[in-house]
Design a protein around this ligand. Sequence first.
Ligand SMILES: [Zn+2]
Length: 368
Amino acid sequence: MRKIMLVAAVFLASFAPAVDAHAAQAATVVSPKRPLNVRAGSAVWTAQVRTLPHGAAVSIDCQVKGQLINQGSVRVTDQWDRLTDGSYVSDAWIRRPAAAIPACGPAAPVAPAAVAAAAAVTTTTGTVASGGTPLKARTAPVHTAPLIAALPNGTQLTLVCQQRGENIAGSQRVTPMWDRLPEGTYVSDAYVRRTATPPPCTAANQPVAAAAAPSTGGDWTSPLPGFRARPGFRTANNPNHIGVDIMSFTGTPIHAASAGTVLEVVCNIEAGHSCDQAGSASIGGCGWYVKLQHEGGISTLYCHMVRKALVQPGQKVKAGQVIGYVGSSGNSSAPHLHYEVHINAPPTGPQNAIDPLPFMRTHGAEIG
Ligand SMILES: [Zn+2]
């Protein structure tokens, strides 16, 4: 009963040697709404090395399996295309000839020079060096500011800029400087291993959206009124658990936590299993789930529904509207709702998940 986990698999593609003998395949970026992010690995939480405009021509070397992307313009896929300079784009946004692209060869632990060079131009990267305790990402450069995320030791970071704040003595240095992450949160530079110093924070590199602004507007409500979530966001035992679990009964109505638009209605489960029956702790995936997009770049995710949601992608929902029913599909050993909150979405991933308990409390909808 206690072993309920959402598997948030991290597919960090290693870099492969550029010795493949086959010819690169020409293809085209199909991303009419915004530029396509080119990344250092095969998931959206790996470093962004540059962007490509809609219609850009790309040259694909090979493919690797990575994060499933189901919002692409061309296809739903977990395949990522490695470009000839060693960087990656999701194949979900790529129009190309039907011919299969070969799988990338065995990985080698050497970053292609092109990626390293491209990354150096736009951003500084670093690694959390906190020893055992996760490094806290906060809304301001001081330890009393609200906690947004706890980043495990070894987490790769993109450092946008540095800002003066509280002096901290850490594993790497004693410093009053804090590093701002792309989500707009701050981590003490005292615990960040890095080779270059990020630029100072100025008006020019302000975040697009404030980090987890306490008031994003709109009304919030518990997704499962009458039932309590237990703390469980990124615990020591389960650092990849990026939501909280609310134990309940099969068939209990699940409510939209706030007004928004349905982004996804998906069965996410390991091949060979069905979302239409109870899962187990040994099956991967969050089962039947719904993802909603709300104002202010907030996304919420509702997993393990007993059957396909009542709502459709693109549909507008009101706060409190019933969107589906509690079940135990996917990686679940008892009926419950796995609930996630993401900031600066879309996209959503481990990099922008925040603890739903303080978030909901701040928004007047206590769930703990
Ligand atoms: Zn869970």
